[in-house]
Design a protein around this ligand. Sequence first.
Ligand SMILES: Nc1ncnc2c1ncn2[C@@H]1O[C@H](COP(=O)(O)OP(=O)(O)OP(=O)(O)O)[C@@H](O)[C@H]1O
Length: 258
Amino acid sequence: MSSITITGVRKTFAAQSVLRGIDLEIGDGEFVSFIGHSGCGKSTLLNVVGGLLAADEGTVLLDGVPVTGPGPDRAMVFQNYSLLPRLSLRANVREAVRSARRDWDRATVDEHVERYLTAVGLWPHRDKRPHQVSGGMAQRCAVARAFAVGPKTMLLDEPFGALDALTRARLQEQLVHLWESESETETILMVTHGLDEAILLSDRIVVMANPPGPSIREIIDVPIARPRDRASIVKDPVYAEIQARLEALLAHDRVSVS
Ligand SMILES: Nc1ncnc2c1ncn2[C@@H]1O[C@H](COP(=O)(O)OP(=O)(O)OP(=O)(O)O)[C@@H](O)[C@H]1O
């Protein structure tokens, strides 16, 4: 059964038709990335799935239930980590877990918080506040917090966009670890501008396009076995094929809008 069913989703801002009839099925346990030029509607689509924005037309079903607003079955992580500045990293995660798991006692919450902060290497920094740590550490905390509340679906909007390459690589690995081993999250949708990142992490890559054509230009499978190792997958001929296809699609779109 598909966990997310997007049917005929349209969204227009002023006279600008941003989502032009999106139809997409995403299965349980899939990691799907969205890629495309700036302004093609990637974040808008993620916000519609997250329930932060209503579509003008069409439906989004999560396990068969229509999305009408945000819910505990989904968590979102944005590029600019949105931690509460007055709280320590531990308290940021703890408050989120507490509000999602009101029936848990304090010891269970604390153990859960420790597990997620440890998974992203932040337990030694647990008592620092967001302004006392680097941007990469704060983003790791935001990712840990999102997974710790146990959403079935994770929506990531360029989560590593503001990070340097080394920090990004480390956080990509921690993300996969959280998803595969640590958390209850099954399905991940991620907006990214990184072709390499999309190939490394995804089962499928949705290439989105600017007007006037359909919003989804092509969906590319990534049939590379997991676990994937950054150093070795780049030598896989399938990797090169996918990379070339993505580059060609994005180059075509750049020409068609100029
Ligand atoms: N709330 C809004 N009001 C008016 N226009 C909006 C709103 N949100 C988005 N838009 C417009 O819709 C278009 C798509 O925006 P969106 O953020 O979804 O694009 P994107 O593909 O995620 O871009 P980027 O890669 O730059 O983040 C843009 O032209 C944007 O200006």
